[in-house]
Design a protein around this ligand. Structure first.
Ligand code: LLP
Length: 451
């Protein structure tokens, strides 16, 4: 069965109506999908959402209300956690953990003054945390270590966070040194964490478990928590299957039990997903603004670009796409009321393979930015690909799926484009959870030189 390439609703809401009310480009999140994903991970003691994947405070608040905790990689993410209702400070488990490979000066002082527990990704972080705590006259909390086990994996080399090519984590042979450093600062190493990459398979992720157990034994009974990190892939393409996590939990649970046995006390088991919780909950709605034939390629040019969704240009990432007829028409040309816009050129290679009787054609989907790489249908080498999509005209909507993780958060103001609005649909109601930026927002903080 071909997947439906024509889509008219998101979580029961009409796409043209959403677009009319909030304009495009528009991110829409379905709370129900997030809640479902959370439920699938409930066997872990702590689900810590890697908020870098989707840090809108309404999404974070939704996670919080469903028992999920968060990490933060910057002082900005700490502020987001607070705005979403998370409490700062130590705890068993702490609601917010700062996890990074460096401290900038602002975050170093923030975590010490606010008592935010730290997951150190470099030996320098340990030293800076210990030394600055002493300078500020604050008793340091116990720290956890993010260890690079010497191997990694990911959907792209750019998202592989383990091994010697990766800047992440404390190198696995530096554990004894870190124990000494921690000791010099009166710091206890209370937990261990590994994250080898994003969008990887359970076989590679499973290898982390053995490496982490070995490292935990090397550190000893000061360890009270272990974290499996994130990285679980989600289905993006038709035919992709969602990972079966039951065996994965069993693997980690068994390691945790062995460690608890060895240490003589309970060891808590965390998981730290980003994509798994957020990716499938989000769509990016764009409007088709031009349809043009250039040699062998028929382009749909939409009003969203890599300023809104950077994953295709960065990683050649594949996102599912659908067409939604604009107001007053069908996606297919026949029988469609005129929008008053120029009609799209038609190719002769219609395959009629799509559902709902809409003819399809091979197209390249691009955005509005003045850069040739602003193409949503491309592979990792940057080669433009054609995608089979229903016929579309100016005024129809192109909807990009699986955009909830690393979508809006990686948006930029390139070409002085405003960040898109975001809507969260919860319990049947659509809530505007981020206003589209205005021209004033874009200019805020800039100043002319005064002569
Ligand atoms: N924990 C740590 C320490 C991380 O660095 C990350 C992701 C995660 C957890 C969550 O990983 P996830 O479960 O989402 O795979 N922009 C890229 C992904 C970069 C991920 C960075 N770190 C993308 O769009 O694929």
């Amino acid at each position: 069965m071909p997947s439906p390439l024509v889509q008219t609703q998101i979580a029961g809401h009409s796409i043209p109506e959403l677009a009319a009310q909030y304009s495009t480009p528009l991110y829409v999140y379905d709370a129900q999908t997030i809640v479902q994903r959370i439920a699938e991970l409930k066997r872990f003691d702590v689900i810590r959402f890697a908020q870098k994947a989707c840090s809108n405070i309404a999404v974070l608040d939704l996670m919080r209300r469903h028992g999920v905790l968060v990490d933060a990689v910057s002082s900005g993410e700490v502020a987001r956690a607070v705005a979403a209702g998370f409490k700062l400070g130590p705890g068993e488990p702490a609601q917010v953990v700062y996890t990074a490979d460096i401290f900038d000066r602002e975050s170093l002082d923030l975590v010490i003054n606010q008592g935010v527990p730290v997951n150190c990704g470099s030996p320098d972080m340990l030293d800076q945390y210990g030394a600055r705590s002493a300078e500020l006259g604050k008793a340091p909390l116990g720290v956890t270590l993010r260890v690079n086990p010497g191997f990694g994996h990911g959907h792209s080399q750019k998202t592989n966070t383990g091994g010697e090519q990766s800047k992440h984590g404390i190198w696995h042979t530096d554990i004894a040194d870190c124990k000494q450093r921690a000791g010099r600062h009166g710091l206890s190493i209370t937990g261990l964490h590994m994250h080898i990459g994003s969008g990887t398979d359970l076989e590679h992720l499973g290898q982390v478990c053995g490496a982490l157990e070995k490292t935990a034994l090397e550190i000893g009974p000061s360890i009270h928590s272990i974290s499996a990190g994130g990285g679980i892939s989600t289905p993006y393409r038709e035919g992709d299957v969602r990972a079966d996590l039951s065996g994965y939990f069993e693997l980690w649970d068994a390691a945790r039990r062995r460690l608890a046995e060895a240490f003589g006390h309970a060891v808590s088991l965390e998981i730290e997903p980003g994509r798994y919780l957020a990716a499938e909950s989000g769509w990016l709605i764009s409007e088709v603004r031009a349809v043009k034939q250039q040699g062998n390629n028929l382009f749909y040019l939409v009003d969203a670009g890599f300023n809104n969704l950077a994953r295709p240009i960065l990683y050649g990432a594949y996102h599912p796409m659908t067409i939604c007829p604009g107001e007053g028409g069908e996606a297919s040309g026949e029988g469609r009321a005129s929008t008053g816009e120029p009609s799209a050129p038609r190719l002769s290679n219609h395959t009629d393979g799509a559902t709902h009787g809409h003819p399809t054609q091979k197209v390249v989907v691009g955005g509005p930015l003045c850069e040739s790489g602003d193409i949503f249908t491309q592979d990792e080498g940057g080669f433009v690909n054609q995608r089979e999509l229903p016929e579309a005209r100016v005024g129809d909507f192109l909807v990009i799926g699986c955009a909830g993780a690393y979508g809006a958060v990686m948006g930029s103001n390139y070409n002085s484009k405003p960040l898109a609005a975001e809507v969260l649909i919860e319990e049947g109601k659509a809530h505007l959870v981020r206003e589209r930026q205005t021209s004033d927002d874009l200019l805020r903080g800039e100043k002319l030189v005064s002569y």
